[in-house]
Structures are given as C-alpha cells and as structure tokens.
Design a protein around this ligand. Structure first.
Ligand SMILES: NC(=O)c1ccc[n+]([C@@H]2O[C@H](COP(=O)([O-])OP(=O)(O)OC[C@H]3O[C@@H](n4cnc5c(N)ncnc54)[C@H](OP(=O)(O)O)[C@@H]3O)[C@@H](O)[C@H]2O)c1
Length: 274
C-alpha cells in the first residue's frame, strides 16, 4: 500500500468511502474492507452512518491503531464550540477515542475561516483528532487555511477523476505539503469505464477499467483516493492496484480526458471553484 506522508500524517493512499452505505450492510462492508486489507476508512457526520461504520470497525480483526479513520464536520457545525461538539458526537457514534483525521466537510460562507480553523486545531490539541484537514476548499482557501492553522493541515479532500482538471489543486497541495485525496475517484463509474484509453490500458495490464482509473490516481505523488462500493467482490478489485504501473503514455492519455470538464458535486453552497 502506498502511504502518503502529509505534514506528519501517514495516510494509506487507497481508502474505502462509505457515503450512501447504511445499517448492517455498511457494517459488513467496513469489516470486509478491513479484512481485504483496507486500512483507511472515510465517513462523515453528514453520512448518518457513523454508528454502522463503528460496528464494522469492531467486527474486524484489525487493531484500532492500524486503522486510519476519517470523519468530517458539516459546515453548519464549524463555529467555535459547535465543531468540537460535532467531533465528540462522531467519536461517540463511532465508539472510538480518537479520529485519525478530522476534516471540515465544506467551507462556510457564514463562519469566518479563522474561527473554524482555530476550532479544528483545538480538536487536535485535545487529542480527539490525530490529524486535521479540509475538504472542498478552493486553492485560495487552502492558502488562507494553511496560513491560519497552528498545526499543519494534512489534506484537501476534493472531487478528482480523469474528467476534472485538478492540476492547479495538485500544485497548491504540493506547495503546502498536503495530500490531495480524491472523492468520486471513479466518477461514479459509467462513461469513464468505456473510454478507449482506459479500455486499452485495462487490456494491456489485464486489469479492469476501475483498477486502471484507481491506478491513474496512484501515479500522482501525493494523491490518494477513496472509492466506494456496495459490492463485496469489488472491495478486493479496487485494492488490487499495487502490482503494476501505468506507462507514461497511458497516464497522459487518461489525463487527456480532462477536456470533458465534468464536476459531479457542485451545489448552491459550493464555493466558486478556482
Ligand atoms: N468530501 C466530500 O464532499 C465527498 C463527496 C462525495 C464523496 N465523498 C467520499 O468519497 C467516496 C467515494 O465517492 P463516490 O461514492 O461518490 O464515488 P465513486 O467512488 O467514484 O463511485 C462509486 C460508484 O462506483 C461503483 N464502483 C465502485 N467500484 C467499482 C468497480 N470496481 N467496478 C465498477 N463499478 C464500481 C460503485 O458501484 P457499487 O457500489 O454498486 O459497487 C458506485 O456506484 C464516498 O463514498 C465518500 O466517502 C466525499
């Protein structure tokens, strides 16, 4: 497994995303993911599945200290005091004494960044979070957040896949020593798996299109990805990407799909992407 060394955090580059998973199936998938070799599990207060994720962690035969557990605080909860309470509630639902990474899920237009970043630092200082970071921050916001943060930030978790140009964000993260963790790394499947460049690489390496796309993420130095699957057989498939490399030409061809410029997670509360 590739490990991202991000300002003191050691983040397994390939994690298991849990958005939309719930209840017993979620717990079972989390346990199965850990049994298959995943060590990085991604959840959020907003996913309403932290209790199920926690049961999944308990059901696995993996010591807690070998896991890397991320959760996120929703932007309505990031004011001083609210953020700390949100993290404490996440810990209670997950039934764990600490998180490996706590992220601000989306930037807020109403809470000043100085306040939310200070509160985020407080959960690190209190030992509730081993590492802190952000999600869905723009390049300008990363510069601002890094300048405001007493403890270094470990990552920006953002949408990233071959259909979206994130080269500027890659540079911004690298400049500050942050990892770029890709959500929607598979662009939720569909067209991407039928791209000729993806299919050609899959045939060349005897891998599936999903494995080629995930391997493409891994070819970037400080990049991780957290694919979600509700299909147990795909857990192993998505992890089985560390025994080959894409050629420079294959990477360039897949990166060339960026012209489609497709963003899935764009809401009225999203920041103005830069
Ligand atoms: N920070 C944020 O704002 C944010 C936003 C969105 C997501 N996230 C995180 O990122 C994670 C991943 O993003 P996502 O779930 O939106 O998108 P994704 O991982 O790109 O795509 C998930 C979709 O791909 C399918 N899939 C997975 N593995 C496959 C394979 N090997 N072959 C074919 N299809 C496959 C899944 O189908 P099945 O499930 O049917 O197998 C599912 O429909 C989320 O679970 C969440 O943890 C964070």
């Amino acid at each position: 497994m590739k490990i991202l060394e991000a300002n003191g955090a050691n983040i397994p580059a390939l994690g298991f995303g849990t958005w939309t998973l719930a209840g017993e199936p979620c717990s079972e998938l989390v346990s199965k993911a850990l049994a298959a070799g995943y060590r990085h599990i991604d959840t959020a207060a907003m996913y309403d599945n932290e209790q199920a994720v926690g049961l999944g962690l308990k059901g696995a035969d993996v010591p807690r200290e070998q896991m890397f557990l991320t959760s996120k605080v929703w932007p309505t909860e990031i004011a001083e005091g609210d953020l700390q309470r949100s993290v404490e509630a996440s810990l209670k639902r997950l039934d764990t004494p600490y998180l490996d990474l706590v992220l601000i899920h989306w930037p807020s237009t109403s809470v000043p960044m100085a306040q939310s970043i200070k509160a985020l630092n407080d959960v690190k200082a209190k030992g509730l979070a081993r590492n802190i970071g952000v999600s869905n921050f723009t390049n300008a916001m990363i510069d601002e957040a890094v300048a405001l943060s007493e403890h270094p930030l470990a990552c920006n978790q953002v949408e990233n896949h071959p259909y979206l140009d994130q080269h500027k964000m890659r540079d911004t993260c690298a400049r500050h020593g942050l990892s770029l963790i890709a959500y929607c790394p598979l662009c939720r499947g569909g067209d991407l798996f039928f791209e000729p460049s993806v299919i050609a690489a899959a045939e060349n390496h005897t891998k599936t299109p999903a494995q080629i796309v995930l391997r493409w993420h891994m070819e970037f130095g400080d990049a991780g990805a957290i694919p979600k699957t509700a299909t147990p057989s795909r857990l192993k498939e998505n992890l089985d990407i560390f025994d080959f490399q894409l050629t420079r030409e294959e990477c360039a061809e897949i990166s060339g799909l960026v012209g489609r410029n497709h963003r899935i997670c764009d809401f009225e509360f999203s920041p103005k992407w830069d």
